[in-house]
Design a binder for this molecule. Structure first.
Ligand code: ATP
Length: 516
């Protein structure tokens, strides 16, 4: 069922100009996607929501746009050349490649699903009097599965932390994990695979340099820390936020735009006084969760996930997970990165990267708390949460299905569509006149093709909050019909009231007001 919805979502994204497979006419390029005419608008609105919430709403957070190409030593210093690896494993029969850690995470998720199934069954049986927490603590089947989960989770964390590739393979064998393609359990050893793409800069004659396509935007922030701090005369604590492309040669690219080889990140590095980082970490994790929840997709669809293994630079880390059609998965990571990165750049560049603290009268390397979210994963979250199929009964009693994207209105690619009832009698001209007035403030669409009902459905499928119909009465009294996407209710309003109605319903302010 969930699988079904996901397939429909992918088809819908293509059919309505949101997301296309890259290079499709050449049979596509694996895990690379293009955003279509509606996708790019939605994506830009997501970026605006993030950027405004960071930079406009925080006096002490500023923006940056650093280059994708950077000095190759940066990736030595950051540890990415030596340690940005994923453990991979191949199935010998299907020749398919998997991430060993993801296979084990799936095995953990299967046990979780078993427990959830027991809970759902019991909920049905006991009705209102059901106490889920008590059930989970006492039901023998749940307890047995919880024990299995704990043991597997511990083995998995230990193997990751010890970088024990043989143990990862052994876990896969012991869990009897089968390849989804061949169905066999015939696995190769686990190997490490570096995820960075590289290219050459300069001609070979000059002695070309191998440079990397950045696998995260964060390093561009670290190496600009001094520039921004000095020129902005910024005092700790302060943050630098940037949105930009990142590239990872992902071993297994699946699940549409969830895991891509070229993607976009929105990252913010918050520089703090050493010793205060864990307080700031707690603060940012709440701030970020409130940003997600403000979109109104249901608090129960989010959870925090503590990391099994801390990255080499972190002293605390947590993921924000969203319940995608294929289960709870990471959309954002919040990491306390200590002074690792700035220290490394200090050492590798030979330049002092410090902060003079006027209160303490001494200099030190700041600590960093980072929030890092993928634009594309966020896009998928928004699409998955907004996609609805509803049964509707038309005036002639016919029941059919309406597909509607119930996007948070500020994120909608098109805010209103203006439609002449018929293609004659001066109605198209009147419709264009209305657009002429409103287009400076809102993305408007003009649509005159097909019946009004069909046009409404097309706009529902794009998530357009308002459809405005111009009819003969409009020519007499300057009123139009405005139809609301979610309720399908229609009302007659004066043309001059349109701007105010759309502005009130679609501006970002209401969203920002919900943020903690
Ligand atoms: P995963 O465990 O799923 O590979 P990660 O922990 O490596 O993700 P981070 O390095 O913390 O991810 O990156 C921060 C964010 O960037 C992620 O939360 C995710 O939203 C996004 N991201 C990372 N890799 C990809 C990718 N291949 N495609 C799309 N988004 C990605």
């Amino acid at each position: 069922m969930a699988d079904d919805i996901f397939k429909k979502l992918i088809a819908h994204s293509k059919e309505y100009g949101f997301v296309f497979q890259s290079s499709e006419i050449y049979d596509g390029l694996g895990a690379v996607y293009d955003y279509g005419q509606n996708g790019v608008e939605l994506k830009n609105n997501i970026k605006k929501y993030w950027r405004d919430s960071m930079v406009k709403l925080h006096e002490n957070v500023v923006g940056l746009d650093s280059a994708i190409f950077m000095h190759p030593t940066i990736w030595k210093a950051s540890g990415h050349v030596d340690a940005f690896n994923d453990p991979l494993i191949d199935n010998k029969d299907s020749k398919k490649r998997y991430r060993a850690d993801v296979l084990i995470e799936d095995a953990l998720a299967k046990i979780e699903a078993k427990m959830d199934k027991e809970v759902t069954k019991a909920k049905k049986r006991f009705g209102d009097s059901f106490d889920e927490a008590q059930f989970r603590e006492t039901n023998p089947r749940v307890l047995a599965n919880q024990e299995k989960w704990n043991a597997l989770h511990k083995r998995f964390s230990d193997a990751l932390n010890n970088n024990d590739l043989n143990e990862l393979k052994q876990i896969i064998i012991d869990q009897e994990v089968a390849c989804p393609v061949s169905g066999s359990k015939n696995w190769t050893d686990v190997r490490q695979f570096n995820l960075m793409f590289s290219t050459e800069m300069g001609s070979t004659a000059e002695g070309a340099n191998t440079i990397y396509l950045r696998p995260e935007t964060a390093q561009g922030i670290f190496v600009n820390y001094l520039n921004v701090q000095k020129t902005g005369r910024l005092k700790l604590p302060f943050g630098i936020a940037q949105i930009g492309k990142a590239f990872r040669n992902e071993i297994v690219a699946r699940q549409f735009i969830f895991r891509m080889r070229e993607f976009e990140q929105m990252e913010m590095q918050f520089f703090v006084k050493p010793g205060t980082e864990l307080d700031w970490f707690d603060k940012w994790r709440e701030t970020r969760m409130s940003w997600h929840r403000a979109l109104g997709f249901g608090d129960e669809n989010y959870r925090f996930h503590e990391h099994e293994k801390l990255a080499h630079y972190a002293n605390a880390a947590v993921d924000v997970e969203y319940k995608f059609p294929f289960g709870f998965k990471e959309v954002e990571g919040i990491h306390s990165r200590t002074d690792f990165d700035l220290n490394q750049h200090q050492e590798f560049s030979g330049k002092k990267i410090q902060y003079f603290d006027p209160e303490l009268g001494k200099s030190y390397v700041p600590y960093v708390v980072e929030t890092s979210i993928g634009v594309d994963r966020m896009f998928l979250q928004v699409m998955a949460a907004s996609y609805c199929e509803e049964e509707v009964t038309s005036s002639n009693g016919k029941v059919d299905t309406r597909v509607v994207l119930k996007l948070p209105t500020p994120l909608a690619p098109i805010k209103l569509a203006v439609m002449p009832l018929v293609k004659k009698d001066g109605l198209p001209e009147k419709a264009r006149e209305i657009i002429g007035d409103l287009k400076f403030d809102f993305n408007c669409a003009y649509d005159e093709k097909d019946s009004i009902g069909k046009r409404y459905r097309r706009m529902d499928a794009l998530g357009t909050p308002f459809c405005v119909t111009v009819d003969h009465q409009t020519l007499e009294d300057n009123t139009v019909t405005i139809r609301h996407r979610d309720t399908m209710e229609q009302e007659r309003v004066a043309i001059e009231a349109l701007g105010g109605i759309v502005e009130n319903a679609t501006n970002f302010k209401a969203l920002y007001a919900k943020l903690k």
